[in-house]
Design a protein around this ligand. Sequence first.
Ligand SMILES: *[C@@H]1O[C@H](CO)[C@@H](O)[C@H](O)[C@H]1NC(C)=O
Ligand SMILES: *[C@@H]1O[C@H](CO)[C@@H](O)[C@H](O)[C@H]1NC(C)=O
Ligand SMILES: *[C@@H]1O[C@H](CO)[C@@H](O)[C@H](O)[C@H]1NC(C)=O
Ligand SMILES: *[C@@H]1O[C@H](CO)[C@@H](O)[C@H](O)[C@H]1NC(C)=O
Ligand SMILES: *[C@@H]1O[C@H](CO)[C@@H](O)[C@H](O)[C@H]1NC(C)=O
Ligand SMILES: *[C@@H]1O[C@H](CO)[C@@H](O)[C@H](O)[C@H]1NC(C)=O
Length: 343
Amino acid sequence: MFFIRRIQILSIAFLVGGRPPPSFTSNPPPPISTSSPTTQLIAVAPNSLFLENIAVRSSGELLLTSVMSPTLLTLNPKTINGTFDAVHTFPNSTGITGITEYQPGVFALVASMLNTTTRRATPGSVVIWKVDFNSATPNVSALGGLPALSGANGLTSLPDLPDILLAADSAEGTVWQLDACSGTARLALSDLSMQPGVPAPGLGINGLHVKGSYLHFTNSVAGTLSRVKLSVSQNGFVVAAGAVEMLAKLQPAGQAPDDFALDGQGRAWVTVHPGAVSLLASGSEGSANASWSQAIVAGNAQGNDTGLIQPTSAAFGRGDSVEAQMLYVTTSAGQVVKVDTRG
Ligand SMILES: *[C@@H]1O[C@H](CO)[C@@H](O)[C@H](O)[C@H]1NC(C)=O
Ligand SMILES: *[C@@H]1O[C@H](CO)[C@@H](O)[C@H](O)[C@H]1NC(C)=O
Ligand SMILES: *[C@@H]1O[C@H](CO)[C@@H](O)[C@H](O)[C@H]1NC(C)=O
Ligand SMILES: *[C@@H]1O[C@H](CO)[C@@H](O)[C@H](O)[C@H]1NC(C)=O
Ligand SMILES: *[C@@H]1O[C@H](CO)[C@@H](O)[C@H](O)[C@H]1NC(C)=O
Ligand SMILES: *[C@@H]1O[C@H](CO)[C@@H](O)[C@H](O)[C@H]1NC(C)=O
């Protein structure tokens, strides 16, 4: 989820002048039918505040978190250079990572005391909070703590069982489950494919989102997008119902995927450090095993596009059918960039 330093990119050979063409993996790349979408910088947070994660309210307003601030922010994306307004400041925390809407109008987020150098949370400081917009002023309360988490990162819920929240631990390579009703936490998933593989400040599992019965997740250090089928036992425990399948490894090597958004076709729009948004898609429904194609649709692999500096998260707009095809991307330089995915 968050990267403070630039990642050195080793392979730039395939990019020649001007706007890079879509870059495909060499093996086996079913082409994606998309032209380069237009991108628009719609706002920059004051002091280029590091933006970490994004969620979109049904009103279309963006909710934005920062690893550098305990304050949840909101921005109206229809106003160019709109203001970043404070929604709530969370106690006993220095930063916020993942945010997700788990019931209509009700969002959960992960707040903690974060060391942005080690990218680790102070033990015992990770708390999941609820922000309910269904009342005149947002109603905020703590849902529960995740005391074992040291690398708090992405957060999501299960579409069919929305009170089950899943939180990624980038340091331990695990996914924790928190019951939004009882506040009970338990370790749900732990897999090699989620691990950072190197000591701090490496980040393993980062963004995570459920589509159907599959949990999709990125691993930043490994440069991969993977998925694993989930099932929920009778006592409400989330477990893996199969082996983790690696869908794609980002090319060129050296890029690090952060959070992503899944669209209606099951494609993943992945923010990639140092400076790209890549569209990852399966050639045929259900295909896996590193067979997903990839194309850079915004920024570039070497990260010198100043309009997209270390993108961290992406979410589709809400409102009308046009807005639903606008992808809002946050960056660690405080940028909010709109990508028109109609191509
Ligand atoms: C980005 O880097 C590439 C390769 O070094 C170069 O060709 C291109 O002109 C650079 N673009 C910008 C905007 O600096
Ligand atoms: C938004 O702010 C930027 C930076 O201050 C400025 O360059 C740009 O012209 C502004 N855009 C509008 C539409 O006001
Ligand atoms: C903040 O942390 C302190 C010390 O652990 C604790 O006493 C206090 O209740 C916490 N405040 C909130 C609002 O959780
Ligand atoms: C973050 O961790 C580093 C390395 O352990 C340490 O030197 C630094 O003081 C820590 N920063 C804070 C704000 O605790
Ligand atoms: C706010 O949330 C608390 C805790 O969930 C609940 O008891 C209270 O009724 C809520 N208030 C409003 C105005 O919805
Ligand atoms: C994945 O690909 C490798 C190499 O092509 C192949 O040997 C292996 O059987 C494949 N695994 C699955 C589950 O399809």
